[in-house]
Design a protein around this ligand. Structure first.
Ligand code: 6PG
Length: 274
């Protein structure tokens, strides 16, 4: 598998971009790390890179699809994407996973995106919700949710995911309870193990959908996540391996370019969470 060197992001403040290694991944995967000392600069560059990718997709295929992570890390990215002058009505936005709560619940990932883009150009992007208020449990909604996301262009133009320090991606948490489920397109994740966001059940795109992408991006911050991911990438992914390792292996096997965007957890002096 060729490991092509990609140009580093066009960071406005090169010294904030500690390293865009671009060096051949040790295991021959098309995988590159972009390392930043300043998270705000990373989010600026990532929003610009995603915008270029989506603009090209719409130009070439008249539609595009973007999968975004939930959690706290991507919130500054949402805000930067919101104001980008893209043809948003042609760009379907999906969250990689969702907590089984109404969109207006503070824990809702779709709600967090919609709140971030309210009143901006990105508010016009079709954003199918994974939550069905009339259904008590996500496992009873899989068929309807599959119908809702069926219209999103596939392969997804970009899948952006976060990662937990336990190696979970989306709502695919490590442990025997999920090891056999994560190969399903959609996964209803039980509250156990209780995820960081609390004990609500979750629903998640599974590995087949998360790896069905023209580009896979992992967006992480902090040294602990960098260590977990570095270790996961160095190991042979086992059936019961960390979900992030299984995802990267599946994407690499499909020839999906993989980018890891990492920034220190320390906020620059100019302000946290810009
Ligand atoms: C979620 C996310 C989840 C998240 C990681 C990292 O719904 O919480 O999909 O997979 O990306 O838990 O979360 P932070 O960015 O908040 O550390």
């Amino acid at each position: 598998m060729s490991t092509r060197r990609r140009p580093p992001p066009a960071s406005r403040r090169p010294n904030d971009r500690a390293d865009a290694s671009g060096d051949p991944d040790s295991r021959g995967r098309d995988l590159v790390w972009y390392r930043y000392t300043d998270a705000a600069t990373m989010m600026d560059d990532l929003a610009a890179a995603l915008s270029r990718t989506l603009e090209e997709a719409v130009r070439e295929r008249h539609r595009a699809s973007l999968v975004l992570p939930g959690g706290t890390t991507p919130l500054p990215l949402y805000r930067r994407l919101a104001s980008r002058p893209l043809d948003w009505p042609r760009i379907t936005v999906l969250l990689g996973d969702e907590r089984w709560v109404p969109t207006d619940d503070p824990a809702s990932n779709t709600g967090a995106w919609k709140r971030a883009v309210a009143g901006t150009p990105a508010d016009g992007a079709p954003t199918p919700s994974f939550h069905l208020p009339e259904v008590a449990r996500p496992c009873e909604a899989l068929e309807e949710i599959a119908r809702r996301i069926a219209d999103a262009p596939r392969p997804f133009d970009v899948v952006v995911l976060g990662m937990g320090t336990d190696g979970h991606v989306a709502s695919l948490f490590p442990g025997p309870g999920l090891a056999r489920h994560i190969d399903q397109p959609l996964v209803a994740a039980p509250p156990a193990p209780v995820p960081p966001g609390g004990g609500v059940p979750r629903i998640s795109l599974g590995l087949p959908l998360l790896s069905d992408a023209r580009k896979l991006i992992l967006l992480i911050r902090g040294d602990e996540k960098r260590r977990v991911l570095t270790r996961a990438l160095a190991e042979e992914p086992l059936e019961d391996g960390l979900p992030v390792a299984r995802l990267v292996a599946r994407a690499a096997a499909r020839g999906v370019p993989i980018e890891i965007w990492w920034a220190s957890a320390h906020e620059a002096s100019s302000g946290a969470g810009r």
